[in-house]
Design a protein around this ligand. Structure first.
Ligand SMILES: NC(=O)c1ccc[n+]([C@@H]2O[C@H](COP(=O)([O-])OP(=O)(O)OC[C@H]3O[C@@H](n4cnc5c(N)ncnc54)[C@H](OP(=O)(O)O)[C@@H]3O)[C@@H](O)[C@H]2O)c1
Length: 316
């Protein structure tokens, strides 16, 4: 398995297992199956509401295999209601307790958007904390303290654009190790990737397969599925690979790690095998030329009249 070398020198496997929307009742089976097929990187988040089940699954796998804690890379994310400095450490401790771990390999600020403490999903303007009341820098400095204390080995961000990155880097003693953002050929994120690479920030692509498992309320009516894209399917046929493997191999070849979610042992193995697929220059340039733009996570309910945040504040 290929690794990304982060700016701390830590090595993070380029393919990880996403856990958002994973079925709670089969978590032990999925994590066991993933670890036995070679996954060593698991992407979690407090807001997924399943860190207890992931924790039980990890304990099960660690006690039933030769894999040890230090062989695994576990990421989790600070939810939007815990961005005040005083809430960062308790949130991290709660995630560690749920995951039954004494450290995380990577902890990231989930979104550059703040909610009132205790709000999981905002329903009114009062549920948001505007940026002028809580600067991202405050949260970042609290993340640095977690790293210093040894609760987390690496710290990073998610869904940050270039302005957000510049804002925290203006006060940071620690440059973020990772920026985890939505990316696939319909959202290539070339400018952001260039900036991150220049600053030594590794980029991870979430929803690299187009997040086909999302519920209807998170989908737009005219959504196009990247797995069914004609260019991707043509390259897949040419390479004797699946569309999913082409999507993952493309990211890995441009230095971006991926965290596809699957609950199927067959697809888990298929996704991991994407690391072995070599795309040609021709394949990569055909993908670069895809000119459809589609963001699967537009989260429009966070940016309406009820919100102090605008779409452009977040997507830049
Ligand atoms: N930082 C953030 O804000 C953020 C946001 C969203 C997601 N994430 C993370 O990124 C992970 C991945 O994103 P995602 O879950 O949105 O979407 P995704 O990984 O792009 O797609 C997952 C969907 O694709 C299916 N799938 C998996 N492998 C496949 C294959 N080889 N062929 C065909 N279909 C396949 C899965 O179904 P089966 O399970 O049935 O295989 C599932 O429905 C999440 O689980 C989460 O950990 C982070």
């Amino acid at each position: 398995m290929k690794d990304a070398v982060l700016n701390t020198g830590a090595r993070m496997p380029m393919i990880g297992l996403g856990t958002w929307k994973s079925d709670l009742s089969t978590m032990v089976k999925v994590v066991d199956s993933a670890i036995s097929s070679g996954y060593r990187h698991i992407d979690c988040a407090a807001v997924y509401g399943n860190e207890c089940q992931v924790g039980q699954a990890l304990q099960h796998s660690l006690s039933h295999s030769a894999v040890e804690r230090q062989d695994l890379w576990i990421t989790s994310k600070l939810w939007n209601d815990n961005q005040k400095a005083e809430h960062v450490r308790p949130a991290c401790l709660s995630t560690l307790a749920d995951l039954q771990l004494d450290y995380l390999d990577l902890y990231v600020i989930h979104w550059p958007i703040a909610f009132r403490h205790g709000v999981r999903s905002p329903a009114s303007r009062e549920d948001f904390v505007p940026r002028n009341e809580l600067a991202l820098k405050e949260t970042w400095l609290a993340m640095e303290a977690l790293q210093k204390e040894g609760l987390v080995k690496n710290i990073g961000v998610s869904n940050f654009n270039i302005s957000h990155l510049k804002e925290i880097m203006s006060v940071a003693s620690v440059v973020p190790s990772v920026n985890q953002v939505e990316s696939h050929p319909y959202l290539q994120q070339r400018e952001l990737l260039g900036f991150c690479q220049q600053q030594g920030i590794h980029m991870t692509a979430y929803s690299p397969l187009g997040s086909s498992g999302r519920s209807a309320e998170l989908r737009s009516a005219d959504e196009r599925m990247i797995l069914e894209d004609a260019t991707i399917q043509r390259i897949a046929a040419r390479r004797g690979a699946s569309s999913a493997q082409v999507l993952l191999a493309w990211q890995i070849q441009r230095g971006v790690s991926v965290i596809p979610k699957s609950s199927s042992p067959t697809r888990l193995a298929e996704n991991l095998a994407a690391a072995l697929l070599e795309l040609t220059e021709q394949d990569n340039s055909e993908i670069a030329a895809i000119n459809i733009v589609q963001r699967y996570f537009s989260l429009s309910s966070w940016f309406g009249a009820e919100s102090p945040y605008s779409l452009s504040d977040v997507w830049g």
